[in-house]
Design a protein around this ligand. Sequence first.
Ligand SMILES: [Zn+2]
Length: 296
Amino acid sequence: MKKFTRLNLVLVFSLVFGVMAFVGTAAASGPVHWSYEGEEGPEHWGELSHDFAACSEGVEQSPIDIPATASVTPADIGFNYQPSALSILNNGHTIQANYDQGSSIEVEGKTYNLLQFHFHALSEHTLAGNHSSMEMHLVHQSDDGNFAVVGVMLNPGSENAAYTPVWDNVPAQESEAETISGVTVNAADLLPHDRGYYRYNGSFTTPPCTEGVKWFVMSTPVELSAAQGAAFEQIYDANYRPVQPFNDRTFGQSAVTAPQTLPVSGGQPFPVAGVLTGFGLFTAAAGLYLYRRKTA
Ligand SMILES: [Zn+2]
């Protein structure tokens, strides 16, 4: 038996604190019911919970109307997407596919890992005031906790085989994530061929409407057949938040002009959770390192 030394104590403290940081931040966000119409609709989201305050008080909210004059950033996003098993759920607000680890985008000098994609009908962003039939959001997160969302407009046209695995397996009722045996999906094939985009800083379009989200809205839409669109719209035909004021934001931050430091204004998503979790992991790692060094 080893003696219970100071280094062992550091290790134990670090692990305990790390776990507490995780559990504490998870427990802090209890579910508050919200919807897309009526008294729990978008104009009331900010009143439903203190945690949703950004929905009404934020000044860099999404979605927005993209005016005809907005500049298109040339295609410079590195899409490192791999095929993924299809893990799909109906979360009561949309149909969402959780993506396997190992796919990411590289943009503005930073890597963001693909977490999931989901759909809205009509589109949330509008182009010169016009909705598309649907919009897909590919949600990414960097290792330091920042979010980047790629938006793709979906319009009626030809059948699109890349979307078939999704539309063939949409859960009509609210459900837990289910991995569909033998079915894969490749997010790379869900994108338009022309990958120029509108770039602006915004928020999540659902409560808690957290700001600090980097938006990349593809300027070229993708086509779906009427039947493919109907597969989603039979379940959700109005799960879109109305456009929000653009205020004094600008379009077109690119790899060339983007600052390499975090913006001073505009909240980062989940700052407390990020700091606590990061510190917990750091101290746990440091404790483990010291422990291994000592016992090596
Ligand atoms: Zn979305």
